[in-house]
Design a binder for this molecule. Structure first.
Ligand code: 3H9
Length: 658
């Protein structure tokens, strides 16, 4: 029996292929399991149940996604029947075989649906995962109970606790899928489903959880928990996975309660905000229909720490890289630094031998400007000094094609001034990477006064290929991130003068969710660069503005941070941080000189003041048109400055009661 198309709902259609109903979920953009899809799947199951001729069912997704998960836009709204667990449980106990033909991403509820099918076959490109913890929730449709039955508890803790996804080959070796299709996915799935008809079906929920060594479970658990301070979802997910050995009905009920509780939590609301913020960030005004310039070769000027990191990111994304430094020896040192970073990726397993060789052959270094001529984009990461950068851009102007794009990685200089020194300022933009550039996800893409739309589009396209999170910013000192960071820092110093001590501020920030307190971060980074900048700015400082001298006093006393053994804290020879009464004395003296009577602050008051300072500066950036939306500011602070994602960023947090 073969037939035409059947519509089970607006987004679920079926097609009879011999005795198998091929059900396609077609709910763009990512085939999320919206109410209409769930209803359509139930109608398809009804049809298969009723029909004598249909012996099996295959579920697949239209386009390049299998199912991107539950519809996140439905969260926070009243639930609509049938709920996803009902659909999934019906599939699992269904009398006739149901197979999943996983054509692309099967995430969250999408993978949960596949886990309940009686056979899972995936295309090699398919990607599978349960990323719910990234949204502040646990899988809510059986994932925490079915995945351990297939992959074992340690692997399930790793996947669900981290939210990472795996490609088909790894999913197969973990036992998550039955096969990777080398031939036509749909035909293979139909054949597999047909072969299962009339036989006992393997129902995931009825399988025993494979036994695991307690040490493996402990290892998997502690690996996750040490990275997720302050987040509720990962530890809840791990608890559910570890308890998967009980009766499945009990496990599913606990999972559902936990899912509903977390779904309505502040953390989940904040992380949903972050999820949509990331999608919004790529939508940039004025770029509709603008084609980026093609980029295959990237020139990188300055092969220090930053330049090498950028080179590693670019090589990893498949670009050809030409590195330039001042002398042959410096260029060679740069090349060795880049290779050392690649070797680290090789030994950690992030890169295989073939990838390592491919990347090293795409790298060349030079001390001759002329060798940069084939570059489609040049990124400078030289010393942050205007004269140095202007000189470099003038030289580049002479050797590059007129359509090549020029990017500056300056943190504090005015890129408009750098652009003005070139013959074609419209081809100049800022690409402000964060260190280490091959690790940090954030990239501020600076739209200069004269940047042409296709040049900006090129910056964004390259950022995407580098797998960076790009946020567009206008020109201002420090761009979005460092402007807010300065305001935050200033307020922290006011707090010191007003009565808080560095360790109290740090403890308040850490308990709020920052990985490290501000003063501990200063010490780690070293205090001398900021000190030098303050000295340069001293002459132009408005004398009526409040200025806190404590940091200067510390630096004058040689307390330049952890490397010096003392900064805001004192350090043991093994690097352990301790309070230092000398620092308290400096602070008390500074307060006394200004006649400030110190008051005491609770952790809550400290955080409130710091958040207010950040969000106030954020509002100014919006008013000045430097940032286009609040959510962009949140992304910058989360991805570049350690702001806890589960709080949604400073702009979101300022509007949410703590
Ligand atoms: C879950 O499943 C809970 C269950 O355990 C329990 C339930 C009871 N819903 O990323 P893109 C939108 S939780 C609604 O640029 P790509 C996105 O906002 C869910 N909308 O595409 C954007 O919209 P717009 C677990 C969604 O090709 C558009 O789709 N699942 C959803 O680069 C394109 O997105 C996840 O966490 C959704 N689930 O990547 C997976 N997903 O165009 C989250 C996307 O208006 N999704 N949108 O801005 C992803 O990781 C990626 O979107 C995916 C495609 C890999 C699928």
């Amino acid at each position: 029996m073969s037939g035409g198309s059947l519509a089970f709902s607006g987004s679920v259609r079926g097609e009879l292929r011999q005795a198998v109903l091929l059900v396609t979920i077609d709910n763009p953009p990512v085939n999320a399991l919206s109410a209409d899809v769930r209803a359509g799947l139930m109608a398809a199951l009804d049809q298969v149940e009723r029909s004598v001729e249909i012996r099996a069912m295959v579920i697949t997704g239209a386009g390049k996604t299998f199912i991107g998960g539950a519809d996140i836009r439905e969260f926070g709204k009243p639930s609509v029947d049938p709920i996803l667990p009902t659909v999934i449980e019906r599939i699992e106990v269904f009398a006739k075989p149901v197979a999943a033909a996983i054509n692309g991403a099967a995430l969250g509820g999408g993978l949960e649906l596949a886990l309940a099918c009686h056979h899972r076959i995936a295309a090699p490109v398919a990607q599978m995962g349960l990323p719910e913890v990234k949204l502040g929730i646990v899988p809510g449709a059986g994932g925490t109970q079915r995945l351990p039955r297939l992959a074992g508890i340690p692997a399930a803790i790793d996947l669900i606790g981290s939210g990472r996804s795996v490609k088909a080959a790894e999913a197969s070796s973990l036992g998550i899928i039955d096969a990777v299709s080398k031939a036509d996915l749909i035909e293979t799935a139909i054949a597999a489903a047909t072969a299962l008809a009339g036989h006992d079906l393997r129902r995931t929920g009825s399988l025993a959880v494979p036994s695991a060594e307690p040490t493996d479970v402990e290892k998997a658990r502690s690996k996750i928990l040490k990275k997720v301070r302050g987040q509720q979802a990962p530890s809840e997910a791990i608890r559910l996975v570890e308890m998967a050995t009980r009766a499945i009905a009990e496990g599913l009920a606990d999972e559902r309660d936990t899912f509903l509780r977390l779904r309505d939590s502040e953390q989940a609301a904040a992380l949903r905000h972050v999820f949509f913020a990331e999608r919004q960030a790529s939508k940039v005004e004025g770029l509709d229909g603008i084609e980026p310039r093609p980029v295959e070769t990237i020139g990188i000027c300055g092969l220090g720490l930053m330049g090498s990191g950028i080179a590693v990111a670019a090589l990893g994304a498949g670009y050809r890289v030409i590195g330039l430094d001042q002398t042959g020896e410096a260029a060679e040192r740069g090349r060795q630094g880049i290779i050392a970073l690649l070797e680290r990726n090789l030994s950690s397993g992030r890169l295989d031998q073939a990838g390592f060789e491919a990347q090293t052959t795409r790298l060349s270094v030079t001390a001759q400007d002329l060798d940069l001529a084939p570059s489609d984009l040049v990124i400078e990461a030289v010393f942050d000094d205007l004269d140095v950068k202007v000189d470099l851009f003038r030289r580049l102007d002479r050797v590059l094609r007129p359509d090549a794009v020029l990017a500056t990685n300056t943190s504090y200089l005015n890129p408009d001034e750098i652009a003005a020194s070139t013959l074609h300022p419209e081809r100049v933009l800022g690409l402000h990477f964060f260190s280490p550039a091959h690790v940090m996800r954030l990239l501020e893409v600076v739209r200069c006064g004269k940047t042409a739309p296709d040049v900006l589009a090129t910056g964004l396209a390259v950022a995407k290929k580098l797998r960076k999170l790009a946020v567009v910013t206008g020109v201002t000192e420090g761009f979005i991130g460092n402007r807010i960071f300065s305001a935050y820092r200033r307020e922290a110093e006011f707090l010191l003068e007003d009565g808080a001590l560095p360790h109290e501020i740090d403890a308040a920030l850490e308990s709020y969710g920052f990985p490290m307190g501000l003063f501990a971060v200063y010490d780690m980074a070293g205090l001398e660069i900021a000190w030098a900048r303050r000295k340069r700015q001293a002459a132009g400082r408005n004398p009526s503005e409040r200025y806190v001298e404590i940091a200067d006093r510390l630096c004058e006393a040689g307390r330049l941070g952890q490397k010096a053994g003392r900064g805001w804290y004192a350090y043991n020879p093994d690097g352990k941080r301790q309070l230092d009464p000398e620092v308290t004395a400096f602070i008390e003296n500074c307060r006394a000189e200004k006649g400030i009577t110190p008051c005491s602050f609770t952790a809550e008051e400290i955080v409130k003041r710091l958040l207010a300072a950040m969000s106030y500066e954020g509002r100014r950036l919006l008013d000045e048109d430097i940032a286009s939306r609040e959510s962009d500011i949140d992304l910058v602070m989360i991805n570049g400055y350690g702001f806890p994602a589960q709080k949604g960023g400073p702009m979101f947090a300022a509007q949410t009661p703590r």
